[in-house]
Ligand binder design. Sequence first.
Ligand code: FAD
Length: 653
Amino acid sequence: MAETASPYIYPQEFDVIVVGGGHAGTEAALAAARMGSKTLLLSHNIETLGQMSCNPSIGGIGKGHLVKEVDALGGAMALAADEGGIQFRTLNSSKGPAVRATRAQADRILYKAAIRRMLENQPNLWLFQQAVDDLILEGDRVVGAVTQVGIRFRSRTVVLTAGTFLDGRIHVGLNNYQAGRAGDPPAVSLSARLKELQLPQGRLKTGTPPRLDGRTIDFSKCTEQPGDGVPGGDNPDHLPVFSFMGNRAMHPRQISCWITHTNTQTHDIIRSGFDRSPMFTGKIEGVGPRYCPSVEDKINRFADKDSHQIFLEPEGLDTHEVYPNGISTSLPFDIQYALVRSMPGLENCHILRPGYAIEYDYFDPRSLKSSFETRQIQGLFFAGQINGTTGYEEAAAQGLFAGLNAALQAQEKEAWLPRRDEAYLGVLVDDLITKGVTEPYRMFTSRAEYRLQLREDNADLRLTETGRKLGLVDDARWDAFCRKRDAIDMETARLKATWVTPRTLPKEESERVLGKAIEHEYNLFDLLRRPGVTYADLMSFQPLPDSKVQISDDAVSRETLGEMVEAVVEQVEIVAKYSGYIDRQKEEVEKSLHFENLLLPENLDYSQVAALSFEVRQKLTKHKPQTLGQASRISGITPAAISLLLIHLKKMG
Ligand code: FAD
């Protein structure tokens, strides 16, 4: 803890203090400040605000959905990805819209610069560089934070987003040392203070690969992987844009990634280091992400595979540094050196930074309220990696959520709690607070039961109006959103009101577009529902000149809508093609909503609920779910237990 002769109380008070300037902290601070709360972002180092600790990429399946939702609520991540993205791809582009996802390979310097600029230009937001060593408590309420040199900042709420830094310990082989991530100090005093407060916690671990000097890679032995929107890419005609406010002109120069692969020699080298692996010798106790395993873990678990693909991803436009995606490792450096050089194209490769694993404290998210406020300490909110998650996107989404709820509390307003059918953010929060984590949690589309309506493409239509009401969405975004929403509504209505008949549409025309002649009258919206028929197909219809049928419409034109025109057409098509399924899903949601939102009294005595098993009573007493829906998702709580609870609630009146 900070030792100081004379504590200094900072002369101004804040509504919200955010501790930590990673992906959670920056979104939290921006959100609170956008909502008009006087906000202070306290972080170790202003130079590392928005730093990507591991791979320089944003998005992917499930994660891209979160980024779009953060963006729809006025957040920074998607815009920074548009400014920093040096390779974009739409993943699953040939599959249904629910699982399509955007991924951007980012220049880490450009990305960080964009985040810093947004922070520095945000009204109501103050930045301060210092480690936070302690929290100021009055009774069971937090009222501020104390920095390393004893400066006491007072505030109504505090959002803690310390990432991998709390008692962080880096491992390379059997060597280990304390750090927050390579090159950054750990947060030891704050970790000790939080242990004193007895918040339920544990240890997790994550890892990163060695970084390579691109000048020493022979790319002619690797396979080139161009992105979308460039010749040779999977979708050469479509360069994705991340933010609903973004455009292609924001993207810097686009470059390729490369692919090499491990081989049996690589695997032998890796196995020869197992006896000095901190993972296999028990030096690391924390559990790592199963979906993002270290290379030694992969070789150990999938012993029958004799090759793994390794993506060589450039870290930026003005650096030779390359991120080898797929060889995250904490093996000793001599093994790292040999394993890298065993792969095609890397025979003479120079390593710029060793790979490592890091262990850190996390807090059991089941001890958080639905707003991410801790149950034990009023006004203290947790977000990001410290809640047991992994990934920039998961962190950013939680940061925005905790930041906005801290601001709402400071403004003495009710918390905002998105439901599972409204947003991946709702799924993320609900999963964390009801199920907790046994390993670092990452988002997948399979976690969302209502994924047909939780798509990347409609994140703004789902959330921007709410964001506007909360004060998160500025005038420019609101104006663009309204124009898009209105254009979709108008065009959908126009298609529904435009009829073609066998008399007005020549037989050859309907055969050309629909594959067969129409037998009676149809409106264009109904024709769009047919498999394989696109909006562009319909617009190419040439009705008989004297039929007075007007097919093309200027409302959806590039002149009026700019780049937004593609998004409008995409929405009209998706609504037409999937409306049957989406309507059914909406009905399901409506039916379940009554029980989902049924509030459970905070002081409910579960020992009085007739016929509940002892184990179920214990779990409910421990987790204190706020709604019946949350109770139903706690592991081990059966539908029968929920029925008993319902009967009890009815009896209580
Ligand atoms: P961080 O990005 O860690 O930010 C924490 C911030 O808090 C930093 O700015 C820090 O300086 C500040 N801070 C901490 N303590 C204090 C204090 N006491 N006072 C002031 N400031 C403080 N994610 C993946 O999805 N896939 C991966 O493969 C992956 N591998 C990783 C490997 C490594 C080695 C590391 C370190 C991280 C990895 N991650 C990976 C995780 C990813 O980096 C995090 O999920 C993400 O950065 C979490 O964001 P955050 O905002 O919660 O924390």
